[in-house]
Write a protein that binds this ligand. Sequence first.
Ligand code: URA
Length: 195
Amino acid sequence: MGTMEGLEVTDCEQCPALVDCRSQIVNGTGPEDAALLFVGEGPGANEDEQGEPFVGRSGSVLDDKLRDAGLSRMDVRITNCVRCRPPENRDPTKEELSNCREHLEREIELVNPDVIVTLGKVPSQHLLDRNVAVTSEAGSIANAELGGEIRDVLICVHPAATLYDRSQESTFESAIEKAATMAGSSGGQSSLGEF
Ligand code: URA
C-alpha cells in the first residue's frame, strides 16, 4: 500500500487493469486547504502523461470558466474519483471506484473544503451513491457523508460536455459561478493581479 498518510498516493497497486494502463498515479492538485474541491472521473491521456488532473481540453474549459467566475485554477483543489488512467478512457469500474475511495475520502478529510463540486455523472453518482441526471440536476446542492462529515456537494456537468453540446455551456457556467459564490470568491487573491 505504501504511503497512506497524506494527500499523495505513491505506490498503490490495487487495480490490475489500471496499473497496466497508467504511466503514473495522478494525485490531486491545488491548495491543501482549498475552499473548493473539484472531483472528476479519472485521468485521461494528457493527465496520465503530465501527472496532473484536468490538463487537457477539459482542463482548458474548466480553467476558462473558473477565470470567468473570478477564480484561478491555483485557488482550488482538483482531483479525480480514480487516480490511474483507465484503458481507452473507459469509465472506472465499481471495483476500481471502491478501491480508490479511501484516497478520495482522505483527501476530502484533509482538505476539508466548504463545497465539493462533482464534474460529471461518474463522480456525482459515486459521491452521492444514487442515480444522478447531471444535466437537469446541475447547480443543485446535495448532502453526503464524505471524509467524516456531512458535506455540501454541488452537482455539475463535466467540462467536456460543453465541447460536445454547446447548450451545456451555460449549465456549466452557472454551476461554476454558484461554486465561486458559495466559496466566497472575493476572499484570497487580489483582482489587481489581473492587471
Ligand atoms: N476528465 C476527468 O474526469 N478527469 C481529468 O483529470 C481529466 C479529464
